[in-house]
Design a protein around this ligand. Structure first.
Ligand SMILES: C[S@@+](CC[C@H](N)C(=O)[O-])C[C@H]1O[C@@H](n2cnc3c(N)ncnc32)[C@H](O)[C@@H]1O
Length: 317
């Protein structure tokens, strides 16, 4: 087949106007892995339509398309709301965005130091069932209706997760699917602490782990009281560590050695925030557990070593 014909075919595949049985969502450039996308589609296909579907952090729409694929499979009866600012003024994020946009670079737009990538998202996601909200998460307001699915791929820390939790958690219904990205990342330990709280309170159960994602289900309707306790515990550094440890202990069976190392490094980062020397000790313990690998663990080791060097430097300063 000629290159041009191949390109046309690929372009057709990438247009997600309708449910595509060939799983075109796997081809959209994005930050979620193949297994994470497949899990999103699978979990979305199990919904009953008793509540709305929410996604925080869509980027070019890879995860959005995966969720959409699952929803179309089971017949969507509620609304699908997607929240993202779709622009960045961060150099690191802009560089990654331009790399991933590659052949779609003409869909990017620039305004001073801001890079707007909503054109790429709308190229891939143009289904009328998706309600897209181009907002900063600090401006989030939920319309106070039941929620049956949340994909959380925007917050990396409590300042963002807390806003989302405050607006949405009281509306989560029993058996809702709650999918937390960045659980297995050394920099997002506050997401781990939040998950630890939810596990400890028996509000959620773990369904599985895929890449850096933890996939869970709600055991019961979340109430206002649970939200208040979560907010209180997240403002207490000791409780944050205890809850993080609870999450680690209760998800260990779902995590391989490399993933456990990444969480240990996250724990060291968390401890170093209040005690740099203790943080360094935790870090060397984490590295002791490091399996010899070329996979994600080796990336965590590299990051851990960088963190260790920085921590050492700041201790000696
Ligand atoms: C990791 S990316 C999402 C990746 C996406 N799920 C995918 O499938 O590739 C995180 C997204 O969160 C958005 N974001 C980060 N901070 C934000 C904020 N404060 N308000 C709104 N959006 C934000 C970014 O624009 C980015 O698209």
């Amino acid at each position: 087949m000629q290159i041009t014909a191949l390109r046309t075919q690929l372009k057709k595949l990438l247009k997600i106007n309708e449910y595509d049985p060939k799983k075109a969502y796997l081809l959209i450039p994005g930050m979620v892995s193949r297994s994470e996308r497949k899990n999103l589609a699978k979990q979305a296909s199990k919904l009953t339509g008793r509540g709305h579907v929410l996604e925080f952090g869509a980027f070019f729409g890879a995860s959005t398309a995966a969720i959409l694929c699952g929803l179309k499979q089971n017949g969507l009866t509620k609304e699908f709301h997607v929240f993202d600012y779709f622009k960045t003024n961060d150099q690191w994020f802009s560089d990654i965005t331009r790399q991933l946009a590659k052949s779609h670079e003409s869909l990017l737009s620039f305004d001073g130091e801001w890079l707007d990538f909503s054109g790429v998202y709308h190229y891939f996601i143009n289904d009328p069932v998706v309600h897209t909200h181009k907002i900063l998460i600090s401006d989030l307001e939920w319309k106070n209706e039941p929620i049956e699915f949340i994909h959380l791929d925007l917050p990396k820390d409590w300042s963002q997760a807390g806003k989302i939790a405050s607006e949405t958690f009281p509306w989560i219904i029993k058996d809702a699917k709650l999918i937390f990205q960045d659980f297995v990342n050394q920099w997002s330990f506050e997401i781990g602490a939040m998950i630890g709280f939810l596990l400890k309170e028996r509000l959620i159960s773990v369904d599985g782990s895929f890449g850096s994602t933890l996939s869970t289900s709600a055991n019961e309707k979340f109430g206002m009281d649970s939200l208040q306790s979560l907010i209180t515990e997240m403002s207490d550094k000791t409780k944050v560590l205890t809850n993080f440890d609870y999450a680690f202990e209760h998800t260990r069976n779902f995590l391989n050695q490399e993933e456990q190392t990444i969480l240990r490094v996250g724990r060291a980062v968390l401890i170093s925030e209040s005690d740099k020397v203790q943080g360094l000790k935790e870090l060397s313990r984490a590295i002791d557990h490091m399996p010899s690998t070329n996979g994600r663990g080796s990336k965590a080791l590299k990051n851990a070593l960088e963190f260790g060097l920085q921590a050492k430097k700041s201790v000696s300063d």
